[in-house]
Every structure is written in C-alpha cells, then in structure tokens.
Design a protein around this ligand. Structure first.
Ligand SMILES: [Zn+2]
Ligand SMILES: [Zn+2]
Length: 251
C-alpha cells in the first residue's frame, strides 16, 4: 500500500504543514484517515486519487483539525462532475453519529449521499475487512475519544495514532502488526502535556510495538525536525522520518 501524507501539521496554521490527513492507496481502492481543513483540496492537488475514488474515510476524533473537511468532502460529492456512484463508508469514534446528525441538521441534503450509498458509523470494536484491507482500531488517551487505526493488506501494515497518548489497547493493536507507525508528535523534546506526545513518547511507542519505521507527524510549529529526530532516536532503534506534506511511503 502507498501512503501519502496530505497534512503533517496541527490546528495551528503553518506555511508548510496542513492540518492532519492521510491517503492510503492500493489496487483495492483508497482510504483516507482524517479530513483536517484543506484535506479535500490537498488530496486533489497531491495525488491522482479523486474524491470519488475514496471508499472509506476513518476519522480519529472530532477535533476540528481532524474532521473539519468532512462536510466539504460530502458537499463536493454532490457535483455531477465528480460522478460518484460507488459506496462510501465513513467511520469515527464514539459521538460520530451525533456529529453527522448535526451536520445534516445544518446542511440537509447537501451532506447526504445521492447517487451513491453513504454509510456513517461509529467503530464497533471489531476488525473490518474491505477487499484485501483489514482495518482495526484502538483507543488512545486524549481530551476527546480518539481512535488509532491499523490498516493491513497482507502482513504488517501501517498504524495512525491520531492524537493522544498510548493505551494498553493501542499497544496490543499495534504490537508486531506494523511496518510503519505514523505517530503524533505535537510536542517538542522535554515538554509533556496530557493527551499529546513528544518525540520521546513517540519513540517509546515505536519501540514497544516493534515497528520498522516511525514517522513523526502532527507537528506543531515548535517541533524542529532535527531536534525531534535526535530525541526520538534515543528511544527507538529503527528508521525514523519526520513527516512532510506530500511525502509518500510504501508499506
Ligand atoms: Zn490534532
Ligand atoms: Zn485532538
């Protein structure tokens, strides 16, 4: 599978880092993880995947830097030029059904599926299969319910932490199951804040689940690439990369 980082930043607007969003592609189709502000436009600008080709959207949590483009995404699908006909499933954490109900109350038919089947659901706790994809999720510790997602095709895959600190559930989900861990790293070295990770915590998580490559993402302006890389290296012996918008990875 091929992963494109569409946004490696946070809620704080930065010149070179958009809000969180990732595209995962294989021959089976395309999956997006998070739809931060600008994600829909970044998808079209940074890949050959059109929005009508995205079969599943996985929302980690309901902070706006992760979900704000859901409404524009669904709205864009109304355009005849997009020509969407294949089903779309959007999965989120606890509270997601209510969130979508609120969008519907505000925008009515403009965010409903027409001409294609739209399924909105909360994570059930069970792995789901989609073509060759196997998708799992586990809760992290964050100020809102947040799901880390594991995507596998055949063998180890990729895990996206979304926001938050690891839980035993997350460690169990990821252990030995990934080639790539895309971890949030909101905080610079030495700074701790409940519900977010610094490079030491991201490095420790990578070491604990024994991934091959750690990608530090969800970077605030205070996270300097060289500093966070050096710090994470002290806690994880595998390969480490600092995410950049437009970066492409293969798992
Ligand atoms: Zn965030
Ligand atoms: Zn958050």
């Amino acid at each position: 599978m091929i992963i494109t980082i569409l946004g490696s930043g946070t809620s704080i607007p930065q010149k070179d880092r958009s809000a969180p969003s990732y595209l995962v592609r294989s021959e089976e189709g395309a999956i997006m993880v998070d739809l931060g502000p600008g994600a829909v436009w970044n998808l079209v600008r940074n890949s050959t995947t059109g929005i009508a080709d995205v079969g599943i959207v996985l929302i980690t949590h309901l902070h706006l830097d992760h979900v704000a483009d859901l409404a524009p995404f669904l709205f864009a699908m109304k355009a005849e030029e997009i020509g969407r006909s294949s089903p779309l499933t959007v999965i989120g954490p606890e509270g997601f059904i209510d969130y979508y109900a609120s969008l519907r109350k505000l925008y009515g038919r403009w965010v409903e599926g027409a001409g294609y089947e739209l399924e909105i659901k909360e994570w059930s706790g069970e792995f789901i299969e989609w073509g060759e994809f196997r998708i799992g999720a586990g809760r992290s510790m964050h100020s809102l319910p947040n799901l880390a997602y594991l995507l596998q095709e055949s063998g180890p895959g990729v895990m996206f932490t979304g926001d938050g600190e690891p839980t035993p559930e997350m460690l169990q989900l990821g252990k030995g199951a990934t080639d790539i861990l895309i971890s949030e790293c909101s905080l610079p070295p030495g700074i701790t804040e409940e519900g977010h990770m610094n490079p030491e915590q991201a490095g420790r998580l990578a070491e604990q689940i024994q991934t091959v490559t750690l990608v530090l993402s969800h970077l605030n302006p205070g996270c300097k690439a060289e500093e966070i890389l050096k710090e994470a290296m002290a806690y994880f012996g595998g390969e480490i990369q600092v995410a950049e918008d437009g970066m492409v990875l293969t798992a």
